[in-house]
Write a protein that binds this ligand. Sequence first.
Ligand SMILES: [Zn+2]
Length: 548
Amino acid sequence: MELDVRPAIEASRFAKYLPRKGAGSQGGTPELIQFGNGANLKFITAGGGDEKRSGFTGPVLVVTEVSHLDETGGQSDEATKLKQMEGRVRAYRASGQARVYLESTVTTEHGRMWQEWQQGTAGEVVFPCHSCGRYISPGRDNLIGWQDSETESAAERLARWSCPECGIVFDDQKRLQQLRSAVLLYRGQSVAKTGRITGKIPETKTLGFRYSAATNTFVTSAIIGGDEWRAEREVDQELAERELLQWTWALPARPAETQLEPLDHRTIMLRQHDHRRGEVPDDTIRIAAGVDVRSAQLDWFVTAEQKNGRLFCIDYGFEPILRELSDLQTALRQAIRTLQEKFAAGWEPESGTGNRSADITLIDSGWETDLIREESQRDNTWHTAMGFGFKQHRGLKYTAPKRQSRQSLRIGEGWHDVLFTQGRPLREYQNNADHWKRRVHQALSVDQDAAGALLLPRTDKPQGRAELARQLTAEREVQQFEIGKGTSVRWVQTFSRNHLLDACYMSFVGLSVLQSDAALAERRRVAATADQPEKRKRREKFVRSLHQ
Ligand SMILES: [Zn+2]
């Protein structure tokens, strides 16, 4: 108010109407200013309750930075806020007095601003080229010189405008001169070299015009060249691109959602290792299993980690919950016990004798929680897991505890344990499901020979392989851009059966827990060599308690 509005009024012939006393005369941001000629200026903000935006009527509405009120093309609360504001002038429509002024950067093609502009007069600011004389509105392609620069300052120094018609290169001084002869050209109109405009103004009640970097007198080619140069080097290319379009070029961003790392199930199908399903490769250092629970069956996935960091799916499948024979709870218990026996019996090693069993199994306890916790207490390699994230547990966000406590002894990468002491103590691994699904998809997209790459078992049954691949890619992560908030990512489901993806990511969490165990044991071993016997005993007791 003090910085933008007041000086403008003071410089105008309306200065004499500025209030000399009362609200608005002493500076600050008042809610209502009453001018000497009877006009009122009421300030309305997007924040606060609806009544703030619906209790005052007037003939003229001015809304600045509409993009903040319009993020999803008319579907959001924010769009309703804009509608509420527009409702204030309704009473003045019939008399023809109503005027609504909207100002904004451009968001998306579906955004209010772009729609209004396109369907209105769609005006463009154009100015005459000093060389060819044609009226031009240089765009992004016409800013040259920064592209080959090695440094940001070189980009700033070398950036120049070029005429889209004749190609002549000019600097800001020239551009500012040319802009003094700028004209506004509406949709369907043309302008001759003489400056004469021909063609009718489109028949619409919305007058709109757009100006962009070249027609903005407040920015220089150096600023824009520097912005472009930096954006090209941003890690998050899409975000940088959208911000440039919005803030510099006044162009709509491409669709607001973009998929990250698109994973194709057909490619996944071909990611096989040389071992048949059920065989543990040599050099396996640890084995973790994940179990997803639903009312019809338990879906499970077993991952072996090799010394070189590669991850092999050694087995996967489902255990039916036989509800025909008993009630659901009994059948569920039975299925869990069958699986406990299976995982304890283990899998045949590639060479040598003696089966390898799972070192840890994480089972989802989001449903039938008490029963699943109880059954997990029967086997000390079994623990429950609770996933948090976009699609889990009503969308609750995962939050790790800030520090260790008796309740949470360890805080790992996207997981922490929570101790339950009813019956045999049980550690439940709460985890960031989004983070771990992303890990799975990374493991499926990196080079097959890389550490951390996940490979699937060799199998002669293509249907089974296709189903596994489909389930592992049943959800994909999309990035969503919201003006004013930046980007956020979320998971969307693209295939109805996603249980093996959940089971797989839980086996990954299990591996991470085992890795953390191993690191702790190593630290203990190093420390123990220099320790007093008394202290060592205490430490060993602590470590034992982790495995209970
Ligand atoms: Zn020209």
